[in-house]
Design a binder for this molecule. Structure first.
Ligand code: NAD
Length: 257
């Protein structure tokens, strides 16, 4: 359980315990959520200035919403894609890319769709909720690539179906292979680092419990306690872009002996 004394991201003791566990870990999983991209200017869903305070989730991120107003949903995703492309990975993303190069077996499981982990340099990534750069036909499922017709609104596939973002919407199952890989690796890991997720969206929110039951060391980085905080070993309070670079530097120091 998290020690009340180490709930400060700057607390050397918390950083030390977390860094030592990561340095000793032979299999490491990192789980990220929208919080890590906030310092890149991409809003989260549930913070006060988050996306759901302006729109209803069912209108923008569901099959029903898409079918009842394809243009609204399409344009919203095009705007989000433009914003994700304009955003830059922040120091938190870059620290996780560095961490991947330091540890023997490493997997980054993200709920984010913004591509920033890939752009920061992580290579072992599982995208649980899809990617805003990928699209497929709503009817036949065939992957789709951007062409000139995209500027005119929701485009259509050769089969006549509407093209939709390849993103998991409310009420839809997660991609089976990605989910299976995340569970398997989380069950086998020695350390799980959880960054910027509220722990509300299932089944991703189950992963910390899976790691806990397998005896892994759990570290959480978040500006506020989350639903996951009660089961972690170390809670590092603070912004991911501030906490993660210091944590990864400390891992490097431990590894250097
Ligand atoms: P969430 O909005 O439910 O929670 C965000 C969490 O991040 C909160 O716990 C908050 O306290 C924390 N946080 C905010 N700023 C932070 C910072 N600077 N450093 C560290 N932590 C910070 O997000 P979620 O748990 O990822 O789940 C919501 C869903 O939102 C996912 O399905 C995801 O696909 C989707 N989403 C993705 C993006 C993206 O791709 N960047 C953006 C918004 C929503």
């Amino acid at each position: 359980m998290a020690d009340e004394n180490v709930r400060d991201g700057n607390a050397a003791e918390g950083i030390d315990r977390a860094a030592r566990a990561l340095a000793l870990s032979s299999r490491t999983v990192v789980l990220t959520g929208a919080g890590i991209s906030k310092e890149s200017g991409i809003p989260t869903f549930r913070d006060l200035d988050g996306i759901w305070t302006k729109y209803r989730a069912e209108e923008l991120a569901s099959r029903e919403g898409f079918l009842s107003n394809p243009a609204l949903v399409w344009n919203w995703y095009m705007e989000r894609r433009t914003a994700a492309r304009a955003a830059q990975p922040n120091s938190g993303h870059r620290a996780l890319a560095r961490l991947e190069t330091l540890l023997p077996v490493f997997l980054l499981v993200t709920q984010n769709v913004d591509n920033l982990h890939l752009r920061a340099g992580n290579r072992e990534i599982v995208e649980l909720h899809g990617n805003i750069e990928r699209y497929r036909c709503f009817e036949c499922g065939k992957p789709s690539r951007e062409d000139d017709s995209w500027s005119k609104g929701p485009p259509r596939c050769a089969c006549g179906g509407l093209i939709r973002p390849n993103i998991v919407w409310f009420g839809e199952p997660l991609p089976a292979a990605e989910l299976e890989c995340s569970y398997r690796e989380t069950q086998r890991c020695d350390a799980l680092l959880i960054v910027g997720t509220s722990g509300i969206v299932h089944p991703a929110a189950m992963l910390p419990s899976v790691a806990r039951q397998s005896g892994a060391f759990l570290i959480e980085v978040n500006v506020d306690p989350s639903g996951i905080t009660p089961i972690v070993d170390v809670f590092l309070a603070g912004k991911a872009g501030k906490v993660l670079p210091g944590l990864v530097r400390r891992v490097e120091e431990f590894l250097a002996g």
